[in-house]
Design a protein around this ligand. Structure first.
Ligand code: GLC
Length: 613
């Protein structure tokens, strides 16, 4: 049996600072790993003493902004009924708490015993769904050497074939991390970040080939290995794609890791964490991998199919939007967190140039709306010149029929992928909402995207938020592009299924753009159903009416995504720590430098008026 990270570790490991060389040593020889044995015999159990592990004071979610309070009271009546009383938060200080509570009681919306059960001033009644979600989330916590380090992807006691759903996935842990952070419980996130950092350096091979240094695993599992007759040791065993179905490369893991690190420091205020030498080295390794030169002609990141949340063949190789928006966010996070010294000066310059080129590229070439589609519809082709309008030689026949009818008058979105002679016109939710969150899109584009989601609500939200991609690949396209994948049949799983975990990202985007009503509507749809349906991983059919064919139940990121969405809505101040505003300085950087040569290749000048909105 091959074990990845055989960590015979002291619990104090989280406190020490490792030099980059020590880090390298870890992957060179397993026998050289230092530390003490962690002898234990149980790897997964509900974390028993949760309350004691709060890394910093718990704050109840109080509305400090006067305008939010006003907004709260005006919408009170319309939002409250007996069924959803739980979603009322009698908080924000003694007087407000009393007033709201009294108002609810007088209106006969809730009985006095419910009001009394709220602590005065800061009382908060959790919904039945929330209560269950918290219990399930805590039960999904995985411990390593007695400390919490992550959450299982799914924790369905009835599932006899968990495949790799009994592992801790990096991407799946993001909403769990946010839920814990927003609750004031930072320790699990800190442990997760530090342990996965150790895995980053582990030797990984697919047959006889070793993928690049800096790669973060897709997932890890804690295995228990017998030491002798009486003792066992715990071992962290990462999967870099070498066991994953289809051997897909987890490109998004490293990007999410950086994003999570920033969220951790912003919410906890533990800035010492990002300053650690091993953490700085980890960030740089990920960046080196992403920023290394290749043959590519575009500033977007070139990846293989299935390198993100959609981790099966779905025709998203090349430059998929999801990876670009995560890449853009990770670069912005890294720029903020890198210690600015001689050693990192060049790296920061490279990051700035890439950010600037990437945002120009995506805003200019991925964006479509009615006007742009009409432009493409009338494109001339085979233009050989630096002045070409149709730079990628897109044949208008590529515009799919569904799109001509579907695109609304108002609103637009970022297409899924762009390559020479190819535009993937499908709408991918994560890429679109995350480009809003990261400000990869302009404020105008971000608003337009939410307008489109609103006007296409039945298609993109329907009975369960949100479609992973719209529309589904059918018939020949399904056969050729998915490789006849029976799990990805039309309107199922990755091929047009509905994924409740996308709710938190949508919520964040809505909060950023001041469109919380949209997020609330989506959360409301999700709440009752998720609870009744036992928290499925995904839903099937055009409008998301059925629990997915092979969907896991008690899927952790469904549970955590729901909790995170609710907490973000309650706590817009904290939400604002998780998104980015437009960086105007970046728009000024023009990296092509071609104006100096006298050749008029840089389209930026012309595009600036559109970009700067
Ligand atoms: C599936 C999903 C992937 C997720 C994993 C664990 O493979 O496609 O995005 O990370 O399950 O939940």
């Amino acid at each position: 049996m091959k074990f990845g990270f055989r960590l015979l570790i002291q619990r104090t490991v989280l406190g020490f600072t490792k030099s980059p060389n020590q880090n390298r040593n870890l992957h060179i020889s397993a026998s050289r790993i230092l530390g003490l044995r962690c002898a234990i015999n149980q790897t997964h159990k509900p974390y028993p003493n949760w309350g004691r592990f709060r890394g910093f004071p718990v704050t109840y979610y109080s509305y400090n902004k006067p305008n939010y309070v006003a907004d709260y009271s005006t919408t009170l009546e319309s939002r409250v009924n007996e069924k959803n009383f739980e979603s009322i938060y009698v908080q924000g200080g003694g007087d407000l708490g009393k007033t709201v509570g009294e108002e609810l009681r007088l209106k006969g919306i809730v009985g006095s015993e419910k009001i009394e059960s709220c602590e005065e001033g800061i009382g908060r009644v959790e919904t039945v769904a929330e209560k269950e979600a918290w219990r399930l989330l805590r039960e999904a916590v995985v411990t390593y050497c007695g400390s919490p380090v992550g959450t299982l992807a799914a924790n369905d006691p009835g599932d006899k074939m968990p495949l790799n759903y009994d592992q801790v996935f990096i991407r799946d842990f993001v909403p769990s991390a946010l839920a814990f952070l927003l609750k004031g419980e930072g320790e699990i996130v800190r442990n997760f970040l530090l342990h996965t950092l150790q895995l980053q350096s582990w030797e990984k091979t697919v047959d006889c080939y070793s993928p690049g240094q800096g790669l973060m695993p897709a997932s890890f599992k804690i295995r228990t290995v017998p030491l002798d007759d009486t003792k066992v040791e715990e071992v962290l065993d990462p999967d870099f794609g070498e066991s994953a179905i289809g051997r897909v490369a987890p490109v998004d893991s490293g990007l999410w890791w950086i994003i999570m690190l920033r969220a951790y420091t912003k919410i906890t205020g533990d800035f010492a964490m990002q300053e650690r030498v091993d953490v700085q080295t980890g960030i740089k390794l990920i960046l080196n991998l992403c920023l290394s030169d290749g043959f590519d002609m575009f500033p977007s990141l070139l990846v293989t199919d299935g390198s993100c949340m959609i981790d099966r063949r779905m025709g998203i190789h090349g430059h998929p939007l999801e990876i670009q928006s995560l890449f853009y966010s990770a670069l912005r996070c890294a720029r903020e967190m890198l210690a600015f010294d001689e050693g990192s000066k060049n790296l920061v310059r490279t990051i700035n140039n890439r950010l600037s080129a990437l945002s120009f590229h995506i805003r200019e070439y991925y964006w479509i709306d009615m006007k742009k589609i009409n432009e493409i519809y009338r494109y001339k082709t085979e233009e050989y010149s630096t002045e070409a309008t149709n730079k990628f030689n897109i044949y208008p026949e590529q515009i799919p029929h569904w799109l001509m009818d579907w695109i609304p008058e108002e609103g637009g979105y970022m297409i899924g992928n762009l390559q020479p002679a190819h535009m993937d016109f499908r709408f991918f939710t994560l890429g679109n909402v995350w480009s809003i969150v990261s400000s990869l899109s302009t404020p105008k584009q971000s608003n337009s995207m939410l307008n489109l989601i609103e006007s296409k609500w039945d298609d993109l939200v329907g009975h369960m938020p949100l479609k992973i991609v719209y529309p589904a690949l059918e018939l020949e396209e399904w056969r050729i592009i998915t490789g006849s994948d029976p799990k990805n049949t039309p309107w199922s799983y990755h091929n047009g299924g509905s994924w409740p975990t996308l709710l938190w990202q949508f919520t964040l985007a809505c909060i950023k753009m001041g469109r919380t009503e949209l997020a609330r509507k989506a959360v409301e749809i999700a709440e009752t159903r998720l609870h009744a349906d036992h928290w499925p991983e995904y839903y099937d059919t055009r409008s998301g009416r059925f629990i997915g064919k092979q969907s896991r139940l008690y899927q952790t990121w469904t549970i955590a995504g729901f909790l995170t969405s609710k907490m973000l809505l309650e706590n817009p101040e904290k939400a604002s720590l998780l998104f980015w505003e437009e960086d105007y300085d970046l728009l000024e950087i023009c990296v092509c430098g071609l104006s100096k040569t006298g050749r008029k290749l840089c389209a930026r000048g012309a595009a600036k008026s559109q970009i700067l909105v």
